[in-house]
Design a protein around this ligand. Structure first.
Ligand code: NAD
Ligand code: ZN
Length: 242
């Protein structure tokens, strides 16, 4: 991929670099995205399972799906795109990462300054007393009861139709406002708030680079669209940062 000298200059001169990642960055690790036929589980679509309504109707079914996803993700590893972003964090103290992913692969690749705006699948929380727990698949298989109050626990992730954690969202908005260079990586733009973050960054003067194998709901904000696989292009892009 030919990256122009002008873009390389931007890498050098921009402050407050931000990356916003979605399921596509983990696709090359073998974690299925939601959209596309590999996103199906049994006959269900994610939108039918990742909702508070589905959980109150059939918590056992929703837990079965989450346990399947946790087991699957546990067998996967971060890919070169995750590692490259972790390297960028070491290179640049003004770099931040906002991820929509719940798979924890950014942390496992060494990134530390991450906002997980949609939560983390390896955490659960009580629907009654709100205590949070690290998820232990074998224990959860036997009981999804809260050790403290015996109510049912749920995955500590944001479901379709739920409100964002205000503190996390405020932090994400302020990073978007301050950012001079935004990478949007592997996200379809089907979820509204993350697209808003890109709009905010753009309106506040950020140069927006999108990396996706297909155009997305973010493409209208992109100053540069790189139609590439994240694991193939991100390491190269990061190598231009000093
Ligand atoms: P999405 O499934 O809606 O879209 C995935 C996007 O990634 C698509 O635009 C696709 O073209 C792109 N893509 C696929 N392979 C790619 C590659 N190799 N390189 C670059 N781009 C690639 O995902 P989303 O936009 O993140 O939104 C879905 C929601 O589902 C999010 O809230 C997210 O939390 C959740 N989710 C998370 C995971 C995960 O944690 N890994 C997996 C599935 C869904
Ligand atoms: Zn409880």
């Amino acid at each position: 991929m030919q990256i122009s000298p002008e873009i390389k200059d931007r890498f050098k001169n921009s402050k407050n670099i931000l990356a916003l990642t979605g399921a596509g960055i983990s696709a090359e690790s073998g974690v299925p995205t939601f959209r596309g036929k590999e996103g199906l589980w049994k006959q269900y679509r994610a939108e039918e399972l990742a909702t508070p309504q589905a959980f109150s109707r059939d918590p056992k079914l929703v837990w079965e799906w989450y346990l399947w996803r946790m087991e699957l993700i546990s067998t996967k590893s971060p890919n070169p795109a995750h590692f490259a972003l972790a390297e960028l964090e070491r290179k640049r103290s003004d770099f931040h990462l906002i991820t929509q992913n719940v798979d924890g692969l950014h942390k496992r690749s060494g990134s530390e300054k991450i906002i997980e705006i949609h939560g983390n699948i390896f955490r659960n929380r009580c629907t009654n007393c709100n205590r949070k727990y690290d998820s232990d698949v074998s224990k959860l298989k036997n009981s999804t009861g809260c050790p403290n109050c015996k109510s049912i626990v749920r995955p500590d992730v944001l479901w379709f139709g739920e409100s964002y954690d205000t503190d996390l969202l405020n932090r994400a908005v302020s990073l978007a406002e301050r950012s001079e260079l935004l990478f949007v990586i592997g996200s379809s733009g089907a979820v509204g708030i993350p697209v808003e973050l890109a709009r905010i960054a753009k309106e506040n003067g950020a140069f927006v680079i999108e990396i996706n194998i297909d155009p997305s709901g973010y493409s209208k904000y992109a100053d540069l669209f790189l139609q590439e696989k994240a694991g193939e292009i991100i390491p190269e892009l990061i190598s231009y940062f000093v």
